[in-house]
Write a protein that binds this ligand. Structure first.
Ligand code: DGL
Length: 264
C-alpha cells in the first residue's frame, strides 16, 4: 500500500505529471526517474525508446514500485504495450489515453491540434486514441523539435520560446483547432508562450490532470492507495542532474537534496 509510484520521462518534463499526481494524491510517495543521459528522445528510433523504457521500468520495479506512470508521450506512444507485457505484476499507465479524453472533452467538436516531439507526432498515437473516442474529430499534429532543448536548458520563458510557440501554433490555428494538446510532458513549462501564441479562444489541454485521475482510479480499484505515512520522494537520473535538482526542489516545495545517478 505504501510502496512508491514510479514516474519516468526522458528528462524534466515528467515532473509536470508528477506534480499533478501529488496534488491529487498527496498520500502517495513518488520515485522519479529522468533519463537525462538520453534526452531528448524526440528524434530517436522507436526501438531505442522501447529499450530505454524497459530498462527504466526494470529499475523502478527493483525499487519496489506498486505502479508506474509513463510520463513521456513518446514512450507512451511506442513502448507502453511492451512494458505492460513485460511487467504484468504491476499496473502501468501512459499519458496519451488520458490526454485524448481531456482533449475530446475540451474541443467541442472543433479540430484538435497536437503539439509533440517528432517521434510522438510520427507515431500517430493521438490520432488513434482520439479516433477511438470520436472518429468524427479531425486531429492535426505538429512536431516541435525546438521545445524540449529550450526547457532542458532553462529557457522556458525566453523570447526564443515565444517565437517557437508562434511558429508551431500557427498551422493549428489555420486548421481552426478549438483545443491544443500539450503532447509532450515538457510543454506545460512553455504553457504561457503557447497560450499567448494560440490566443484565449483556444483551450490548452495538459494530459497530466487526467493521467493523475486515471492513476487514482487504478490505485482505488486494486486497493493499493497509500495512507500518507513516510511520504518521501526520491529522484534518480541517468545523466546530468543539475536541472532536476532545481526543478525537483521547486516541485516538492523544498530542497530535494540529492539526485542519485543510475546508469540504465
Ligand atoms: N517529455 C517527453 C514526451 O512527453 C519526451 C521529450 C523528449 O525527450 O524528446 O514526449
Amino acid at each position: 500500500m505504501n510502496s512508491p509510484i514510479g514516474v519516468f520521462d526522458s528528462g524534466l518534463g515528467g515532473l509536470s505529471v508528477a506534480s499533478r499526481i501529488l496534488q491529487l494524491l498527496p498520500n502517495e510517495r513518488i520515485i522519479y526517474f529522468a533519463d537525462t543521459a538520453h534526452v531528448p528522445y524526440g528524434e530517436r528510433s522507436f526501438d531505442e525508446i522501447r529499450k530505454f523504457s524497459r530498462n527504466i521500468v526494470d529499475f523502478l520495479v527493483s525499487k519496489g514500485v506498486k505502479a508506474v506512470v509513463v510520463a513521456c508521450n513518446l514512450s507512451s506512444a511506442v513502448a507502453l504495450d511492451t512494458v505492460a507485457q513485460a511487467f504484468r505484476q504491476i499496473p502501468i499507465i501512459g499519458v496519451i489515453k488520458p490526454g485524448s479524453k481531456a482533449a475530446v472533452a475540451a474541443a467541442n467538436g472543433y479540430p484538435i491540434g497536437v503539439l509533440g516531439t517528432t517521434g510522438a507526432i510520427k507515431s500517430g498515437a493521438y490520432e488513434s486514441a482520439i479516433a477511438e473516442l470520436d472518429p468524427s474529430i479531425k486531429v492535426v499534429g505538429q512536431a516541435c523539435p525546438k521545445f524540449v532543448p529550450l526547457v532542458e536548458s532553462g529557457k522556458s520563458d525566453s523570447d526564443e520560446a515565444l517565437a517557437a510557440a508562434y511558429e508551431y501554433v500557427a498551422p493549428l490555428l489555420a486548421e481552426g483547432c478549438g483545443a491544443i494538446v500539450l503532447g509532450c510532458t515538457h510543454y506545460p513549462f512553455l504553457r504561457k508562450s503557447i497560450q499567448t501564441a494560440a490566443g484565449l479562444d483556444v483551450t490548452i489541454v495538459d494530459p497530466a490532470q487526467e493521467t493523475a485521475i486515471a492513476l487514482g482510479n487504478i490505485l482505488m480499484k486494486y486497493n493499493i492507495e497509500g495512507d500518507g505515512a513516510d511520504v518521501v520522494h526520491e529522484f534518480y537520473a541517468s545523466g546530468d542532474w543539475a536541472g532536476l535538482v532545481a526543478f525537483g526542489s521547486k516541485f516538492v516545495g523544498r530542497d530535494i537534496g540529492s539526485v542519485t545517478r543510475v546508469s540504465i
